[in-house]
Design a protein around this ligand. Structure first.
Ligand code: GLY
Length: 561
C-alpha cells in the first residue's frame, strides 16, 4: 500500500538542490546561461542539478521528464508518451524523438463501438481498455543512451528519490484528482497511490509511490528491458488483462522509439521547427502561419487581426480532421499541406467582414485541456530540448497496473473511435486517424523552436486540442517583439473547425471585440477559466542573454543561471 503523510515543499527542495557550479567562459554563438522552464518547481530544480553535475540538455530532459512523471501524475508519466524535439549545438542536428503510444496489436477499428455501431461512452477514456502501449520509458532510455553524457542511474535518481520520499499534494493536484475521483476509486492500485483512504487527499498530504520507484529503478538498471520485458512487463500485461484490457507481452517487446524529421517552415524572418506526425502540431502550425503570411497579418490591427487568426485556425483544423493520422500507416500529402500554395488556396475564401461556416458535421463542446505537460531546456553549449509529454486525460485512464506503480494513459481516445464523432476535446477525425493494430494516434502536442538572426526560442504547452493555437499565440507574440513572459501570459482564443465556435479566455476579447466578431457571424463561447501551461525560453543571440518564463496559469517555475 502507498502511504500519505504531511510534508513541506521547501524541505524537498533542500533535499534535491545541490550546489551551483561556477560558470564557464562564454564563447561566441553560445548562450550566457542555462535555462529550464517546466510545469513543476521540483522538476525544474532537479533538471538544474543534472546540468550542474555535468549533464547536457538531453540528460536534463531525462531528469525533468521523469520527475514530472512522479510529481505531475495527472499530466504525464512512464505510462504515457510524448515528443522530444532536440537540437544538438555541435553540428546543428535536429530530430524529434517520437515516444508516442501505440495501439495494442489486438486493437481494431471498432474497438469502442457497441452492438448498435455507436461509440460506447467512456470506454476509450476510463480504465485498462483505454490504454495504449507506453512510449515514454523507451524515449528516456534512447535520449540518455544516444544523446546524453550521464548514466540513466544518475539522471533518473531524483525521480526515484521523489517517488520514495513523496511529494505534497497541492491545490492543483487536488483539483485534478477530484475531476477523476470516481475512476481512480475503481482501480485499487490507483486509489492506493493517489488517494487518501480511497478519498480525495488533503492539500499537504504526501503522495508516496514505492512501486513506481521500483519500476523506475528497473529502468535505470536495465534500460529498455527494465520496462518492456521481464517482471515489470509481465505485471503490466497481467494487470491490464485482468481489468478488461487487451495488451500482450508482444506489444511491449515490439515498442520502439522512432526518430523523425521535424516539420520546418518560415514566418517572416523566423524559421520555425515543430513536431512531425503522428503529432498534427507542426503541420497545423505551418498551415496557420502560411495563411497568415498570405493574408499579410502584420498589416492588420485589433479585431480584424483576431478575425483573420480565427479563420486561419478554422481552416488548419479542417485539414487536421480530414488528412492527418499516423504517416507510417497512411499516405498523407504533407508537403502539399505545408506549402504556401496550399495556404493561398485556403486563404482565397477568407472574407474580412464575414466568418466562414465550418461544415455541419456532428460536434460537441470541447472539454478544457487539463492534461499533458511541457518543458523547455537550453544548456550553456546551446543544446536545446522542447518536450511535450502526455497520458492524455487528467490521471490518464485512472488505472494503475498492480505492483508496478505505473499509471496508464488513455491515449486511445486520440484516435477517431468513429470518423466524424468527436473525442473528449471535441476534435473530429477522419479515416486517416481510425484505430489499427500498432498504429500511433494523432496528437496535438507541439514542442517548437523558432530561430532568427536575433535569437532562438524554445516553447510549448499542454492543453489538448488547444495546444497548437497556444503555440501560435506565443509565436505571434514573439513576432511582435515581445519576450517569454508575454508569450506565456498572452490571453488565448481558439477555433478548431468543429464545433464551429471561438472559445476564449476571460481577458482575450474586449466587449467591443465580442460584439464586432458576432456581427461578422462568429459564434463565441467564453470559457469560465484560463487554459494551458506554456513553458518558454529565449536566447538573444546578439547579447547572449537568456530569459525564461513559466505560464502564470500553472504552478511551474523557470530558472536561468
Ligand atoms: N493527448 C493529447 C495529445 O496528444 O494531443
Amino acid at each position: 500500500m502507498q502511504m500519505i503523510k504531511k510534508v513541506s515543499l521547501r524541505g524537498l527542495f533542500l533535499c534535491l538542490t545541490f550546489f551551483l557550479l561556477p560558470t564557464a567562459s562564454i564563447a561566441v554563438e553560445q548562450p550566457a546561461s542555462s535555462a529550464i522552464a517546466s510545469a513543476h518547481p521540483l522538476a525544474t530544480a532537479a533538471g538544474q542539478d543534472t546540468l550542474n553535475a555535468g549533464g547536457n540538455a538531453f540528460d536534463a530532459a531525462v531528469t525533468v521528464s521523469a520527475v514530472l512523471a512522479v510529481v505531475e501524475p495527472y499530466s504525464s508519466g512512464i505510462g504515457g508518451g510524448g515528443f522530444w524535439l532536440l537540437h544538438r549545438a555541435s553540428d546543428g542536428f535536429e530530430v524529434m524523438l517520437d515516444g508516442r503510444e501505440r495501439a495494442p496489436l489486438a486493437a481494431h477499428r471498432d474497438l469502442y463501438l457497441g452492438p448498435d455501431g455507436k461509440v460506447i461512452d467512456g470506454l476509450s477514456v476510463n480504465g485498462a481498455l483505454a490504454a495504449a502501449i507506453p512510449g515514454e520509458p523507451a524515449a528516456l532510455v534512447h535520449l540518455a543512451e544516444k544523446y546524453g553524457k550521464l548514466p540513466l542511474k544518475q539522471t533518473l535518481a531524483p525521480a526515484i528519490a521523489l517517488a520514495k520520499m513523496g511529494f505534497p499534494v497541492d491545490e492543483y493536484y487536488q483539483k485534478m484528482a477530484k475531476w477523476r475521483l470516481q475512476y481512480l476509486q475503481q482501480s485499487p492500485a490507483a486509489a492506493a497511490q493517489f488517494l487518501s483512504n480511497n478519498e480525495l487527499p488533503a492539500v499537504g498530504d504526501l503522495i508516496l509511490q514505492l512501486d513506481l520507484a521500483e519500476t523506475l529503478q528497473a529502468l535505470a538498471d536495465q534500460g529498455h528491458a527494465g520496462f518492456y520485458a521481464g517482471s515489470v512487463a509481465k505485471k503490466l500485461v497481467d494487470g491490464v488483462r485482468a481489468a478488461g484490457g487487451i495488451w500482450s507481452l508482444k506489444d511491449l517487446k515490439n515498442y520502439q522509439v522512432i526518430e523523425r524529421e521535424p516539420v520546418r517552415f518560415n514566418y517572416g524572418q523566423m524559421s520555425i521547427t515543430s513536431a512531425a506526425l503522428p503529432s498534427s502540431g507542426g503541420i497545423v502550425l505551418a498551415i496557420m502561419f502560411n495563411i497568415l503570411q498570405e493574408m499579410e497579418l502584420e498589416t492588420y490591427q485589433g479585431v480584424d487581426r483576431k478575425h483573420l487568426i480565427i479563420e486561419a485556425m478554422r481552416r488548419a483544423y479542417r485539414d487536421r480532421a480530414q488528412y492527418l493520422g499516423d504517416s507510417d500507416f497512411i499516405d498523407i500529402p504533407q508537403q502539399r499541406l505545408i506549402s504556401p500554395a496550399h495556404a493561398a488556396e485556403l486563404a482565397a475564401d477568407i472574407h474580412l467582414n464575414k466568418a466562414s461556416i465550418s461544415q455541419p458535421l456532428s460536434g460537441q463542446n470541447a472539454e478544457e485541456g487539463r492534461d499533458t505537460t511541457h518543458f523547455s531546456i537550453l544548456d550553456r553549449e546551446g543544446n536545446r530540448v522542447s518536450a511535450t509529454l502526455s497520458i492524455n486525460y487528467p490521471f490518464g485512464s485512472a488505472f494503475v497496473a498492480p505492483g508496478t506503480g505505473v499509471l496508464l494513459n488513455d491515449e486511445m481516445d486520440d484516435f477517431s473511435a468513429q470518423p466524424g464523432i468527436p473525442n473528449v476535446y471535441g476534435l473530429v477525425g477522419g479515416e486517416a486517424n481510425a484505430i489499427a493494430p500498432g498504429k500511433r494516434m494523432l496528437s496535438s502536442m507541439s514542442p517548437t523552436f523558432t530561430e532568427s538572426k536575433q535569437g532562438v526560442a524554445i516553447l510549448g504547452s499542454p492543453g489538448g486540442s488547444r495546444i497548437i493555437t497556444m503555440v501560435l499565440h506565443g509565436i505571434l507574440s514573439q513576432a511582435e517583439g515581445e519576450g517569454p513572459t508575454d508569450w506565456v501570459k498572452t490571453p488565448r482564443f481558439h477555433h478548431q473547425y468543429l464545433p464551429d465556435e471561438v472559445q476564449f479566455e476571460p481577458m482575450a476579447l474586449s466587449e467591443a471585440e465580442i460584439k464586432n466578431l458576432q456581427s461578422r457571424g462568429h459564434q463565441l463561447t467564453p470559457l469560465s477559466s484560463q487554459y494551458g501551461n506554456m513553458q518558454a525560453i529565449y536566447w538573444n543571440k546578439s547579447s547572449g542573454n537568456v530569459t525564461a518564463a513559466s505560464d502564470p496559469r500553472g504552478i511551474g517555475s523557470a530558472a536561468v543561471w
